[in-house]
Design a protein around this ligand. Structure first.
Ligand code: GDP
Ligand code: MG
Length: 308
């Protein structure tokens, strides 16, 4: 199955929950009245879009309906889709021009960091890039083993130390190995212990300093992984991380099988952090760059696409 169809399938629950309800609210309406706008706001909030962003969508829709004199349900839903695509776009580009470039992956346990790194590695390798992974989540031996499994699966190199080793030292060695082996992209896993903010902040700062020192001019992405199934909690988690880490983008995982996919709008609009990659499954092919227009289309239309 091509990725668009996978995305379509993955977003089914969100789509049913959100655009299904919007369609019902529009059924039998001869004019777009206040009752509809109230219903729409409620539907969006229920779909984890967040209060602020739901209000923004409603007010922009009111404007468009008035200015463009929209009456038909299908024109109104098309307009909502345009507004959603517009809110989602901007900043999602990933600049990794320098050789090497560095990606640090952060986030709490269980959100899908290690899995996402495996998928990213496979994706970049597919694009012809040389990838090296650093197992800087040294907190548990299982985390190192898990990254090794993904490195084998993706067919890329990995640098690892023993359980309990200094994460910054792992990052240092990964960068050195990356330079020596002419890697294009260095991706480092980290442990996410948000319950100890001071510790996390110190650990991340130490890692940033290593990257600054070893690769001062390299393009760097700090990607926060959020689990879409947690809805508004993901937004709160992001707020906490933003207090202690520089974040350049979000990887939103587990969009398959959740009705809370609307959270992508809250992340982009409330937090002003772009979603850069999305995960729609546990397989190695289930990660893609985030394309706002495709995402918006998938949120509203279930149509199948021809893909190679
Ligand atoms: P970490 O603790 O942040 O490194 O999280 P892991 O990478 O170990 O993932 C935790 C669980 O989430 C694993 O069972 C993964 O298979 C699962 N997972 C990760 N990404 C996705 C996704 O996009 N969709 C689904 N359905 N499961 C995922
Ligand atoms: Mg992990």
């Amino acid at each position: 199955m091509g990725f668009f169809n996978k995305l379509n399938k993955g977003l089914k629950k969100t789509r049913d929950n959100m655009s299904g309800a919007i369609n019902s609210a529009l059924t039998g309406k001869n004019e777009i009245d206040d009752e509809f706008y109230d219903d729409l706001e409620e539907i969006l909030i229920m779909a984890d879009v967040g209060v602020e962003t739901s209000e923004l969508i409603v007010s922009r829709l009111r404007d468009s309906v008035f200015k463009k004199n929209l009456h038909k349900a299908k024109d109104v839903t098309a307009e909502i889709q345009n507004i959603v695509a517009d809110i989602l776009s901007g900043g999602q580009e990933v600049d990794m021009i320098t050789v090497p470039s560095v990606i640090l992956v952060i986030g709490v346990n269980g959100v899908g960091k290690t899995t996402s790194i495996g998928k990213l590695a496979a994706m970049f390798k597919d694009e012809g890039k040389k990838v090296i992974l650093g197992a800087a989540d040294t907190f548990r031996a299982a985390a190192i083993d898990q990254l090794q499994i993904w490195a084998d699966r993706a067919g890329v190199d990995i640098v690892k130390h023993k359980e309990g080793a200094d994460p910054a030292a792992v990052v240092y060695d990964t960068i050195e190995a990356g330079k020596a082996r002419n890697a294009d992209i260095i991706i480092c896993d980290t442990a996410g212990r948000l319950h100890n903010k001071k510790y996390l902040m110190d650990e991340l700062n130490k890692i940033y300093r290593v990257v600054d020192r070893q690769l001062p001019y390299a393009d760097r992405e700090v990607l926060l992984v959020l689990d879409a199934t947690t809805g508004q909690n993901a937004v709160n988690q992001a707020k906490e991380f933003m207090e202690c880490a520089e974040i350049t983008g979000i990887i939103l995982t587990k969009l398959d099988g959740t009705a809370k996919g609307g959270v992508v709008l809250a992340i982009k609009n409330d937090l002003k952090v772009p979603v850069k990659f999305i995960g729609v499954g546990e397989g190695i092919d289930d990660m893609r760059p985030f394309v706002p227009s495709d995402f918006a289309e998938s949120l509203f239309e279930a149509k199948e696409k021809e893909e190679d």
